[in-house]
Design a protein around this ligand. Sequence first.
Ligand code: NAD
Ligand code: MG
Length: 404
Amino acid sequence: MMEEMIQNCSRILFNTPILKKKNIAILGSTGSIGTQALEVVKAFPDLLQVTILTAATNADLLITQALEFKPKAVVIVQQDLYSKVYEALHKFGVSVYAGERSLEEVVEYDNIDVVLNAIVGAAGLRPTVNAIKKGKDIALANKETLVVAGKLMMDLVKDNQVKMLPVDSEHSAIFQCLYGEEDNAIEKILLTASGGPFRGRDREFLRGVKKEQALKHPNWTMGAKITIDSATLMNKGLEVIEAKWLFDVDVDQIEVVVHPQSIVHSLVQFTDGSIKAQLGLHDMKLPIQNALTYPVRQANSFERFDFVNFPALSFERADTNVFRNLGLAYQCLLDGGDRSCVLNAANEVAVDAFLHDKICFLGMSDLIEATLCQLSKVKNPSLEDLLVIDLETRKVARDLIKSM
Ligand code: NAD
Ligand code: MG
């Protein structure tokens, strides 16, 4: 009682916001971001409550998570796993749904404050659109949503007066650098990149790399798709596009800086030349927590960064001659229209083909470039147009693989 009174007095005196308990829907709860988000929820049982969990195919993990976190509902996307999940959960009062459509509908539940979208790929787009239209705040890990339809998504966010809270570590860093800077213009965003497992290598070396090598990221443990994207630097290309839409800057205001230690998560340079950076260990729980507890910085017991353990933080330019995907992403952003949507869909097909040994590492850029050439540009696509273009692009890219 006394402690609560002291806390309230300090909040009034120092104007610190109080975090009201939030109901969270986690889309993609069985993935790398999803499981780390559940660790964050576990760390704040009085502040965060899970109401929805969803997975594509991992029914066993979804069931285990639901038994522990007791959500109101779960979705298993793969239809034939429905009975397994239903049998395990309905007796505990958990509603069970299956299929892609359910994923879109479940975000409309009343008792959701924030939808954490941790789905991989353009599959995350429709549920995000629905959630925004229902007035839910979004914690966005699924960068592909903004790559496919950045302008339309940010317009929706504005029209529905919801918050789009970045989870991607670089964008969370930029977001945090902008606290208190609402009236100050950004001169430049410096987006850091680890450089991936092949930093400093030439094209000759990349010609022969195998998926096992590409799946070994030096700093982060992540899902397979983003790990390959990190090895090709497409991840950074997608993040340049994500940054453009989240922070409303021009393409030439976003510079990629390779920083192999992944401690400086990104930086913002203001018009007086001053630069702010956000630093921390490479632990996705921090940006996830930031998005889920925003605007409060809630005390936690996660591991702390120590400068002594990282005496040298280094920075270098990205090599777009070797890592062509980064250049392709910049070009698509400059070209506008449907180009980023085509880039994303072609890249999803390319990564999948590489992971299934159908094309080589450098073949991924060749495929993306050839797909972009084959489809003529659509200038002002609607959301529905983009969904059609996404499907069409996948078909073109798959056909091109057959002739490679
Ligand atoms: P992951 O592959 O580990 O997990 C993906 C999740 O999405 C799983 O729960 C899976 O069941 C679900 N899913 C997959 N395909 C789906 C589909 N078609 N429909 C519905 N659900 C589907 O991926 P991840 O590494 O957690 O990444 C998720 C997103 O977060 C990606 O957009 C990625 O770029 C972004 N991200 C990840 C990290 C990271 O550290 N892992 C960091 C920054 C951003
Ligand atoms: Mg990132």
